[in-house]
Design a protein around this ligand. Structure first.
Ligand code: IPD
Ligand code: CA
Length: 279
């Protein structure tokens, strides 16, 4: 929730979009350069995939950090590649950056990955931008000022029936946790309309904002995965639950959750009744 003393969030949205767009162009160029004339099948081998992710993540995050150092030198930055960063001081703006979200899609030639840039103040979201390098689509939001896809306002789904809902989720890299997540999904699968595992949490949240999917949940996401997308979903009218911020609502401390306003309660109940304690 925005505080009355917070700065105008619009310029932060504009800057987040500008920087994420520039990094998105770089993400494609890096993939082209590292992959060269290798086939997508070669790329998917572990070492090549690691090369392209490492180069893409590093170079894009370095670019974002460089631009922020020029334009917002007093702000804090938390990035996936930056290691542990000191907590921001009270009143200090923090940028939360995933240089490439959806890295498995990025390495395998699937077009669904993003550069995600969120902006927060004292733990409250101010603005966010999620840019898709392949399509060039730009998702963005500013706190209290709505969410947009390429400038057009977004609205989350009005569906209220879990049995008809298309629900997105994600799976961890850790195989043991992935197994527990798959077991949870199996427990709810026959009670929902359909399932998507799109491979990019920021764009899952944007998909909720657009009503392309009715709801989304995932356990174990990091702040850079959800910072921008959660605000975009929220500003589009979705009910959003960020991990680690709620005492115990029975969804599991590490749950990120977003759903259209009429679906949120029944979908959350379904997850609770399926048992999320071990996920
Ligand atoms: C991953 C993606 C994926 C989600 C994973 C994330 P990365 O981020 O967002 O959809 O299921 O939990 O780690 O590694 O591609 O930046
Ligand atoms: Ca990510």
């Amino acid at each position: 929730m925005r505080s009355v003393d917070d700065p105008d969030p619009k310029p932060f949205e504009t800057l987040a979009v500008e920087i994420a767009r520039e990094a998105a162009v770089l993400a494609l160029a890096v993939r082209e350069r590292v992959v060269g004339d290798r086939s997508v099948a070669d790329m998917a081998t572990k070492s090549s995939a690691t090369d392209v992710v490492t180069a893409g993540d590093r170079e894009c995050e370095a670019l974002v950090r460089e631009r922020l150092a020029e334009r917002r030198p007093d702000d804090a930055v938390l990035g996936e590649e930056g290691g542990t960063a000191p907590e921001p001081t009270p009143g200090q703006v923090r940028w939360v950056v995933d240089p490439i979200d959806g890295t498995v899609n990025y390495t395998h030639g699937l077009p669904w990955f993003s550069v995600s840039v969120g902006v927060e103040l004292d733990g409250r979201p101010l603005a966010g931008a999620v840019v898709e390098p392949v399509s060039g689509r730009v998702w963005s939001a500013a706190a209290g000022l709505g969410a947009r896809l390429d400038g057009q306002p977004l609205r989350a789904s009005a569906l209220d029936r879990p049995e008809l809902a298309v629900v997105g989720t994600g799976l961890a890299y850790d195989p043991a946790r992935r197994g527990r997540q798959a077991a949870l999904l199996a427990r709810i699968a026959s009670s929902i309309g359909d399932v998507r595992r799109q491979g990019c949490a920021s764009l899952d949240l944007c998909s909720v904002a657009a009503g392309w999917i009715d709801g989304f949940y995932e356990h174990g996401l990091q702040p850079w995965d959800w910072s921008a997308g959660a605000l975009i979903a929220e500003e589009a009218g979705a009910v959003v639950r960020r991990p680690g911020t709620v005492p115990d609502d029975g969804l599991g401390r590490e749950a990120t959750f977003a759903a259209g306003p009429a679906l949120a309660a029944p979908l959350a109940d379904l997850l609770r009744s399926a048992g999320v304690a071990d996920v």
